[in-house]
Design a binder for this molecule. Sequence first.
Ligand SMILES: [Zn+2]
Length: 461
Amino acid sequence: MRKTRARSFPVLMMTLAFFAGLVYFIVNLTVHSAEWSSIPWNAHLSDKSGLENAGMILDRNGIVLARSEDGKRIYNDDEDIRKACLHVVGDDGVNIATAIQTLYRSELSGYNFIWGLGSPDMVNESKDITLTIDSSVQKAAYQALGDRRGAVVVYNYKTGEVICMVSTPTYDPAEKPDDIETNDQYEGAYINRAVSASYPPGSTFKLVTAAAALENIEGVEKREYDCTGTDMVGGKEIICYEASGHIDFQEALMYSCNSYFARLAFELGKDRMTDQAEKMGFNTAIKFDGIETIKSTYDVSKATDNELAWSGVGQYTVLESPVNMAIRSAAIANGGTPVMPKLIKSGVSGVSTGNDSTAAGQMMSEGTADKLKNMMDYTVLNYYGKSSFSDSLDVCAKTGTAEVGEGQSAHAWVTGFTKDEDCPLAFSVIVENGDSGFRAAVPVAAQVLEAAEDAVSNRIS
Ligand SMILES: [Zn+2]
């Protein structure tokens, strides 16, 4: 008896180990199989990219951005469109973490859990993915940025459809440069700056401070102030770009008076400023169509009084991504609550089409949104000039020129939206080290909006 028990113990252990291993294998297969099948070096699939037989990627008008033929991935015929769409579409490798060809590689390759990659034809479904972007607007944005580094985001704030998302520097996925790792020209080229980079927002952040003030300080719109070009706020100096003279709330935004908004931030205090920033997307990583974006950050927990004041004009340690900025402009355009962006118009079955986006709640009251909208409208009409943006579209906007440290030109920003019902677009543009929001970013926005107007007004049914 004792002998039998002694012998059966190892058998029992081996049996248990076998079942444990089996469970481990099944769990892993279930969880990771799609991923494994699309790993570029998976020999079963291919010896190259895993895209040899992948489905097509199309723009909103059915223009083919990428397809596979004879075991090779072929991109659009137009070199500028290839470069403009690189960060959205991706390349043969998995270099761009947020690109469709990286995130949806297994869906594009037609992976099926039951059949693996060898699905019989009868169960083969379309492996194509149609995006919301317009390749002609992408090209216009790429050309407008030229050889400068930056990003452009334009999306329909009623439907959430991203019309344009471009990042530079870029490269041609059909002919990836050999010196990409060593040539400074390509530094950071694998990053989609629109969603994976954050920058000091500068004066565009005055919209957040203005929203906080409108939500919390009764009658703040009527506050007047004499700007002499400098002021003491929180025990130290705040410096303006120029002396704006006698101004009210909307003129303070129009002239972008630092002292005025620094005083408001100081008066509002850390809690109310943080609360408003967080309502407007800061300190949360937003997600849409599987794309996890970088977190925009507003943290004044350790700020001095003067640093809190500087935070109210988008300096101190405040950082924001271009996509977050476009979303908060969309919220202003949309009565306080944004429609979140989406990039996939339709796709292979099982691919989520925008329903996994982080639900952004109300960012401000409708009354506050309308006031900000009127102020941004006023700023364009009386300061930037309507023709700086568009003769046909009614654009509301705010520029920013964000200091980035000694010896470097400031980052140039502009964000805003169109008031046009049939062409409802929210946007943000950054030109790194562009020196002036008005001189560097506004012309880019103008060129892209012109292309987008054509695309949206004529082609959305
Ligand atoms: Zn001032």
